[in-house]
Design a protein around this ligand. Sequence first.
Ligand SMILES: Cc1cc2nc3c(=O)[nH]c(=O)nc-3n(C[C@H](O)[C@H](O)[C@H](O)COP(=O)(O)O)c2cc1C
Length: 391
Amino acid sequence: MERKEFIVKTGAMITAVALLSSFKGITGISKQTKQNNMKNKRPSADDFSQPIMKAISFGINAPNPHNTQAWKMRITSDVEMLLYIDENRLLPATDPPTRQIHIGSGCFIETLRIGALGIGYETKITYFPEGPYELEDIGKKPVAQISLSRKENIEKSQLFPHIFTRQTNRKSYHGPMVTTKEFNHIMNLVSETHSEIITMNDYKKMQPFLDIFSNAMRIEANTSKHLWEETRIWMRWNKKDRLNNRDGLSVPQSGVDGLKKIILEGYLKNGDPKRWFSERVIESSLKAYTKGIKSSKGLVFFKTDSNTSLDWVKTGRDFARFHLAATELNMYLHPYSQVLQEYEEMDKLNTKFNKLFNISNGGKVQMAVRIGRGDKPYLSYRRNVKDYLKE
Ligand SMILES: Cc1cc2nc3c(=O)[nH]c(=O)nc-3n(C[C@H](O)[C@H](O)[C@H](O)COP(=O)(O)O)c2cc1C
């Protein structure tokens, strides 16, 4: 059925044989993917025979802004595809230049690459194969061409198993600060990067950044309605809503669970704007947010010397690898992107933030993230693989 769909969608000639049986057992993925199946939230590589489809099923586990999963693929052979941004899943209010969405495509590419290694394939990536594009060409021109090639005795990445366990965690963190030794361990696993990764574990030095993160969130929630509205659009209000859409954000994803989750979801009345924009909801969200910020056990920043679409995609790859490496050490991450965002209401605070980094000559902090240990959060959904395929 998958093959039929594939041919219908792409019109491509498929020549390779089904390889599924030869991968089983070699990969060791069955247990992890079954776990995800059990939860019925993520597609499983075991459901596909074409290497490229398996690779996609790994890639979509990647972190991505608001979990909009703005990925669109055109399959061009059993082992090749073109990756596009899905223009219907952008965040125009909070991500006007589509910088974060492109970081999310880099996260997809890196997660796919590590996943493909796990099943014996090397990945070749050609960025912007039809050249860099303007905003109006998003979704029409590809971000990358991706080709897999089979290699005997390939060395799997140590990060492979964490594709299935990595999660953004917005709960409060507990335990000790991240040590310099732990940061070094993570950086060794990450190895070479495009962006400069700056780590901090001295709470006193972190304090000005923590204050900025709190203020930035207040600006996003409180100043212009359309910014807070964008989060409302991507919220999924109950179990059924999450199951039907298989994307977006939710109360449990924000770190609220148990009775509190039931009460809050009931109060929010399926996103009734009167409730969502009420002072009560905004103030309690900000309070919870600040509590999370204060519990940071370290900070990580991803900085580039220029700010091109290629910087965005490559930083996404660095971030995805860092996230998987932190997972290896049983640590969680939580990005704080508000202060980095390119809309007028944030300009003043963004300038203050950039001064702390001596940013000049077109450089940019692409990601700002807290790190620490915490209780396991709610697992976010991903759509079914066929839903990403471009007509
Ligand atoms: C570029 C980028 C920016 C993000 N910014 C934020 C953010 O500001 N706040 C937040 O809570 N999560 C942020 N996230 C995390 C995503 O919301 C998260 O990856 C997504 O909801 C999927 O959940 P998962 O990471 O647990 O799979 C960001 C992720 C990316 C890739």
